[in-house]
Design a protein around this ligand. Structure first.
Ligand code: SF4
Length: 220
C-alpha cells in the first residue's frame, strides 16, 4: 500500500510551501498551527507574510503577543496566534531558538498536541512516526477496514493502524505520512471518492465490497 501511495504522491502532490526543500522546522510548525482550523488556500498567503516578518522563533518572541494576534488577521480562532507566540518564547528561552525534534519535547510547548508534534517531527525532521489526520483515517478506513467512514477518532487505534502500514525506511515513511493525507484530501474525499484515479483501487476493501453504507455522491 505504501509504495503505491508514495509513487502516486511523487506524481500528484500539490506544490505546497511546507513541502519544499529547505522550508525549515519553524515554517513547518507555523504552517501546522495555521492549518489546524483553516483551509490550505487561505493559509498560504498568511504563512508567507508571517515568515517574512518573523523568520525565526526568536523574531516572533521579541514582539508583544498582540502583534501576533493582529497579524493572524482573518485566519480565525486567534487563540492559535497567542499559543504560537508562547511556543516561540519557549523555543527561544528553553531550546536555543531551535524547534525541537523530539515528539515528547514538542508536546511540552504551548498549543502543540499529539498530531502537531508528530507532524513537525516527521515533516520537518524526517523522523519515522505515524502521523494521522482526518484524511488519513478515511483512507485507512476504506482501503484497509472496508468502511465508508472511519470510526470516531482514537489516538491509540489510529496510530496503531498507521504504524502497521508505515514503511521501515525512514524516508519512505515520511513520504507515506504525507501521501496518505494527500490522497484523502484530493482523491478519497468524504463526499466524492474518485476511485478511477486512485492508486489503491485494486486493493481497496471498501471498493471490493461494493461500497457498503455509502451516503455520499456517486463515485467516479
Ligand atoms: S479506491 Fe476509492 S474508496 Fe478506496 S481508497 Fe481509493 S478513492 Fe478511496
Amino acid at each position: 500500500m505504501a509504495s503505491l501511495v508514495n509513487a502516486w504522491f511523487g506524481l500528484h502532490a500539490r506544490d505546497l510551501p511546507w513541502r519544499r526543500d529547505g522550508f525549515g522546522a519553524w515554517g513547518v510548525l507555523v504552517s501546522e498551527f495555521m492549518l489546524q482550523q483553516t483551509p490550505v488556500t487561505r493559509v498560504i498567503p498568511h504563512l508567507e507574510a508571517w515568515l517574512t516578518r518573523w523568520p525565526t522563533p526568536a523574531d516572533l518572541a521579541a514582539v508583544p503577543p498582540g502583534e501576533a494576534v493582529r497579524a493572524w488577521a482573518t485566519l480565525g480562532y486567534p487563540r492559535r496566534a497567542l499559543w504560537l507566540h508562547a511556543a516561540a518564547v519557549e523555543i527561544t528561552e528553553n531550546h536555543g531558538g531551535i524547534v525541537p525534534q523530539d515528539v515528547g519535547v514538542l508536546l511540552t510547548l504551548t498549543g502543540i498536541g499529539d498530531y502537531t508534534a508528530r507532524a513537525v517531527a516527521a515533516f520537518a525532521y524526517g523522523h519515522r512516526h505515524p502521523v494521522v489526520d482526518t484524511n488519513t483515517r478515511r483512507v485507512i478506513a476504506r482501503c484497509v477496514a472496508g468502511q465508508a467512514e472511519p470510526a470516531p477518532p482514537s489516538r491509540t487505534r489510529d496510530l496503531a493502524a498507521m504504524n502497521a502500514l508505515l514503511p521501515a525506511d525512514v524516508r519512505a515513511a515520511a513520504v507515506f505520512n504525507a501521501g496518505a493525507m494527500e490522497l484523502g484530501a484530493l482523491v478519497c474525499t468524504s463526499a466524492r471518492p474518485r476511485c478511477a484515479d486512485c492508486p489503491l483501487a485494486a486493493l481497496c476493501a471498501w471498493r471490493a465490497a461494493g461500497y457498503p453504507e455509502y451516503q455520499g455522491q456517486k463515485k467516479t
